[in-house]
Write a protein that binds this ligand. Structure first.
Ligand SMILES: Nc1ncnc2c1ncn2[C@@H]1O[C@H](COP(=O)(O)OP(=O)(O)O)[C@@H](O)[C@H]1O
Ligand SMILES: [Mg+2]
Length: 378
């Protein structure tokens, strides 16, 4: 076997070992290569596939065709989530995530990697988180009205009684006061959910937000935990409410610190990155939102229990004795309000909470103009 042939057969073995369909489409749309998984996906052998254009196998007007065209033009890879390839030929509920990349050595050719469901599941989950956050919103405003007012009446009555009851019954009136206080503070905590006022947003440098939260964490709950960063310094700004973003990362870092506990080599890592390929199809609309700003909080704690994962962002989900289970629900609500998504990948020793956000439309004043600049602005 020549070196070239050997290289080819290794490459084939590699491609066939990949558990996702991989095809190469040439400049005029023919499927010139298909790995084993792709043969199974399209229900045809590679040699059969090679005789046809990819448009033969996927639904008419499929976004995949437009995506291939886009990649050819831009010569840059693109990811697209939740593309529906259902057709009589491919079957029902063929939701896939697509990765399409140009083959630079063969102009016009592209490689398409299809991933069935996994990411789509996550987005689905994200959409349920949004509903969950919304349902707390309604519940919270109802609670505020229907519970806090009667409670203050009950508390007032108990305080009056306290002055008249015999000494041995006084602990009972105290109990009523303490317990009503506890309920009021729970309702107060939930009230942030019912606050539907529009928030002020500005173009923000995310790194200044993360550094601020890190300082708070290091001064308190994460005193003994190493916090490292890996920032993309050229990241464009995010259009957001600073206080709310501080709250988001405070909640995420606090959870990470609590998961790590007093594990000796515990570490929290904050990362930022620009991922132009991340686009989210919005259900019921042809519109795609681009969410290229990625902010992550990683920890090497024990991980989120598997049975918790599907409900992680729901309110009142907690494994902590004194937990409220509202931290992540609030994170989901705030990120939703900013047009972004939040998701979690978790395994033992590596848990990642990933926030994906759209790019600021405004110019980042705090990035573009040095703090000590006296030059004129626009
Ligand atoms: N980084 C993490 N590692 C492991 N589990 C986590 C992590 N973050 C959150 N969790 C799990 O998610 C649950 C919900 O978190 P949260 O909504 O902040 O509520 P709380 O912190 O009050 O319990 C936690 O109780 C915990 O079980
Ligand atoms: Mg929490």
């Amino acid at each position: 076997m020549t070196e070239d042939n050997l290289g080819n057969s290794v490459a084939m073995a590699v491609l066939n070992a990949i558990q996702h369909p991989v095809v190469m489409v040439d400049a005029d749309g023919h499927i010139v290569f298909a790995n084993w998984e792709a043969e199974a996906f399209f229900g045809a052998s590679a040699s059969h596939l090679a005789r046809y254009r990819i448009s033969t196998f996927i639904p008419f007007g499929s976004p995949l065709l437009a995506l291939i065209e886009q990649v050819r033009e831009r010569r840059a890879p693109v990811n697209e989530y939740r593309v529906d390839l259902s057709s009589p030929r491919l079957g029902q509920e063929k939701l896939v995530d697509l990765y399409v990349a140009p083959v630079l050595s063969q102009p016009g050719s592209v490689v398409v990697v299809l991933q069935e469901r996994s990411m789509a599941d996550k987005i689905d989950r994200q959409l349920t988180h949004r509903t969950a956050a919304r349902s707390v919103t309604g519940l919270a405003s109802m609670l505020a009205h229907e519970i806090k007012n009667p409670l203050s009446g009950i508390r007032g009555a108990a305080q009056l009684l306290e002055t008249t009851v015999p000494d041995e019954d006084r602990p009972l009136t105290r109990l009523i006061c303490d317990e009503t206080d506890r309920i009021v503070s729970l309702v107060d905590r939930m009230e942030v959910f019912s606050d539907e006022r529009p928030v002020d947003r500005i173009a923000l440098n995310i790194h200044s937000v993360l550094d601020h939260v890190k300082a708070i964490a290091k001064a308190g709950f994460a005193r003994n935990i190493r916090i490292t960063e890996n920032y993309d310094p050229s990241l464009p700004s995010v259009y957001a409410n600073r206080d709310q973003l501080v709250q988001v990362f405070l909640n995420l870092i606090k959870n990470a610190a609590e998961a790590i506990g007093d594990k000796p080599d515990g570490e929290i890592q904050l990362t930022t990155a620009y991922r132009p390929g991340i686009r989210l199809s919005v259900a019921g609309s042809r519109e795609k939102i681009s969410l290229p700003l990625e902010f992550c909080v990683h920890d090497n704690g024990p991980g989120v229990p598997a049975d918790l994962l599907p409900h992680l962002f729901d309110p009142f989900i907690t494994t902590k004795t004194n937990g409220s289970g509202l931290g992540l629900a609030l994170v989901a609500k705030i990120i939703d309000g900013h047009g972004g998504i939040v998701e979690c990948d978790s395994q033992a020793n590596r848990t990642t909470f990933r926030v994906l956000m759209p790019v600021s439309k405004d110019i980042a004043l705090d990035d573009a103009i040095p703090a000590n600049s006296t030059g004129s602005t626009r």
